[in-house]
Design a protein around this ligand. Structure first.
Ligand code: RRO
Length: 311
């Protein structure tokens, strides 16, 4: 096999590979983040954090499904100050560290983004799309709120800031969101978060699979790959090159990762597969992607990035 170079960058922050963990599973505690640091993940991505420690939603709040998972974790995390304090330890593992922030108001997001702008963190991802907090709408579906938030959050410092988007399903929404993003120095978008408020019913028990919100939760895994691919593709065609795209949704093998590359992803994140398989998934998927690219005669990401062929 020829040498296949999977290195990439997000806003100039070099990543040794195209694959990293997604904010979500197995990235809440220092111990979990250290496991990611020692794996083949290109970066260490934290669980979304809030102002204060959160236990999260009542259990059962996660269920494996044949083609993925449904969950309503409810933002269990240590509180942002714990992640701020961890930054030096995480950085010592020798790869970029991306913090995910998920405040319950613009004021909370301003407080947290400001704190991380004054730290040694490499990249800041603001989560506008958690579907699982009872009574809280997803910011990503309120376009005016996104615009107001970006006007305040993109002026707090020089570290690259991006946003995690919910999946969209209508061309008018892709166009409207792209128009907003173009007004601000947003460096990247991460798409997509889980599909919120789905319901899986167990016919034997006649109950939902998870307890919070009457069983309504975020759908993940294979079920959402076509939606993730479409969101990456639509935004790649609508946004300038200065806004990069991190793809996420249903990547569990090298070919899935390659499909996101064709759609235009600059890097990808892995959630459900990491939850199910553990940190070995990063090297396995990396090797599978390299083998597939080798078969195609590609030796770097730019050979295929965004090059989906029209029929
Ligand atoms: O913790 C969660 O319930 C959660 C979050 Br913050 C998110 O952004 N997406 C998701 O599916 N679950």
């Amino acid at each position: 096999m020829q040498h296949i170079d999977l290195s990439t960058n997000i806003a100039g922050i070099k990543l040794d590979s195209y694959l990293m963990n997604a904010s979500g599973p197995r990235c809440t505690s220092l111990q979990e983040l250290e496991v990611i640091g020692k794996s083949a993940s290109a970066a260490i991505v934290t669980k979304s954090c809030t102002i204060a420690f959160r236990e999260g939603n009542p259990e059962p709040r996660y269920s494996d499904l044949p083609l993925g998972s449904i969950q309503s974790m409810g933002l269990p995390n240590l509180g942002y100050k714990a992640y701020l304090e961890m930054v030096p330890q995480l950085k010592s593992l020798g790869k970029p560290v991306l913090v995910s922030i998920s405040g319950f108001s613009l004021e909370e997001n301003i407080e947290m983004v400001s704190a991380f702008q004054n730290s040694d963190i490499d990249i800041i991802e603001v989560n506008f799309s958690c579907p699982n907090i009872p009574g809280k709408a997803q910011v990503a579906y309120d376009f005016e709120q996104v615009e107001t938030a970006l006007s305040k959050l993109t002026v707090l410092g020089d570290k690259p800031l991006g946003i995690k988007l919910a999946p969209y399903f209508d061309m008018s929404h892709f166009i409207a969101m792209a128009e907003i993003l173009k007004k601000f120095p947003v460096k990247f978008i991460t798409c997509v978060n889980s599909i919120g408020n789905t319901l899986i019913i167990d016919p034997e028990t006649e109950s939902p699979m998870i307890k919070p919100k009457g069983g309504f939760g975020g759908l993940c895994g294979d079920y959402i790959k076509p939606i993730g691919l479409a969101n990456v593709r639509a935004f790649r065609e609508l946004l300038p090159e200065s806004i990069q795209i991190i793809g996420v949704g249903g990547i569990k093998n090298g070919i899935d990762a390659f499909e996101y590359l064709l759609a235009g992803a600059d890097a990808v994140q892995i959630a459900t597969c990491f939850e199910k398989e553990g940190a070995n998934c990063f090297s396995r998927i990396e090797n599978e992607l390299k083998a597939f690219m080798d078969k195609k005669g590609y030796n770097k990401l730019s050979d295929a990035k965004g090059k989906l062929k029209p029929l």
